[in-house]
Design a protein around this ligand. Structure first.
Ligand code: HMG
Ligand code: MG
Length: 302
């Protein structure tokens, strides 16, 4: 399989990026972030999560964010939903796409959503069915596909099982999450090949965190297997509150630079994403984790 000609980038910064922040970020800032990212040409911008505010306080204003965003017709704004209560709230806020999130690791499933993998799938079934009945598209996440903070190595077959079940229940795409960024390229390829034995590779997305600096290498490895949907976060924001030590997602700026260099079309404007990364990083009081963003900033100062 050769490299895809086009890749869809799913921007997860406003959700995965901000869910772990200790300081409260005003909804107005989140709304502006989502709008800027959509204006940069990102076709999908994950806008929030309808989860328990006791579990993830930073996502508590997701209804306000979703309701406040000036939506573009060519952009999708999915939100995370763990159960029927979350679905109800997401629909009330005008969600047109949701994502359910499971895991390939039992311990992570317990810590993240307080139930076993089997229970989570039972819980997702009516959520997916009810969403689809209302014309709402459903994406599915599988966490810990290349390792778990509590269990260590995870068998690719365990990933494939959960991915297959989510797809069978009606998720149009399965995002494979290296939640703690421990993967390396050959491991990532073996995992994707195992999942692709059950599902067409066109239905798979790569969601790689960059904790060990391997995310771009892992992405290149799975792009070569035909994966053409990539999750990333502007400025490399993020982490998961239930995966201690996990750092941010691979930075959108770095992914766009890589794909531009490979001649792969994304429709995303690097300069606009980089400016957005600088803008949100200033609001968070830090510099963008993206190497590309740092290089572009240094060049601009010359
Ligand atoms: P639980 O405590 O088992 O749920 O949590 P419960 O049904 O017993 O309810 C407990 C309380 O939460 C009740 O309120 C419910 O009303 C409320 P109380 O009566 O105590 O006042 N509640 C809710 N409130 C708002 N929205 C809801 C909702 N559901 C219940 N939807 C639950 C189970 C799933 C709710 C909880 O564990 C939870 O919210 N977990 C979310 C964790 C999370 O968001 N993690 C980060 C996202 S996943 C991730 O980052 C990985 C990913 O990026 C991929 C990767 O990198 O691998 C996607
Ligand atoms: Mg994540």
């Amino acid at each position: 399989m050769s490299l895809p000609k086009q890749v869809k980038i799913v921007e997860v910064g406003p959700r995965d990026g901000l869910q772990n922040e200790s300081r409260t970020i005003p909804a107005t800032v989140k709304i502006e972030l989502v709008e800027r990212l959509a204006d940069a040409g990102l076709p999908v911008v994950e806008a929030g999560a309808f989860v328990s505010p006791k579990w993830v306080p930073q996502m508590a204003a997701s209804a306000e964010v979703l309701a406040g965003v000036r939506r573009r017709a060519d952009v999708s704004y999915p939100v995370l939903v763990p159960n029927l209560k979350g679905l109800e709230a997401a629909l009330a806020a005008g969600a047109e796409e949701i994502a359910v999130f499971g895991a390939a690791s039992e311990s992570f499933s317990q810590r993240n959503i307080n139930c076993s993998i089997a229970e989570s799938l039972e819980r997702f079934a009516p959520v997916i069915e009810a969403a689809r009945a209302q014309g709402v598209r459903v994406r599915g996440y599988v966490s810990c596909v290349l390792g778990c903070p509590y269990e260590g190595d995870i068998a690719p077959a365990a990933v494939a099982r959960v991915a297959d079940e989510l797809a069978t229940m009606g998720c149009y795409e399965i995002s494979l999450g290296d939640t703690i960024g421990v993967g390396t390229p050959l491991k990532a390829q073996r995992m994707v090949e195992t999942v692709a034995d059950r599902l067409p590779v066109e239905r798979l997305a790569a969601h790689f965190h960059d904790t060990y600096g391997q995310a771009l290498a892992n992405l290149f490895a799975v792009l070569n297997l035909g994966v053409a949907s990539v999750d990333s976060a502007v400025a490399g924001l993020g982490g998961c509150p239930y995966a201690k030590g996990a750092s941010g997602n691979v930075a959108t700026e770095d992914v766009v630079y890589l794909l531009d260099g490979l001649g792969i079309d994304t429709g995303v404007d690097l300069a606009t994403v980089a400016a957005t990364g600088r803008w949100i990083s200033e609001r968070l009081g830090r510099t963008p984790a993206s190497k590309v963003a740092q290089a572009l900033a240094a060049k601009a100062e010359d």
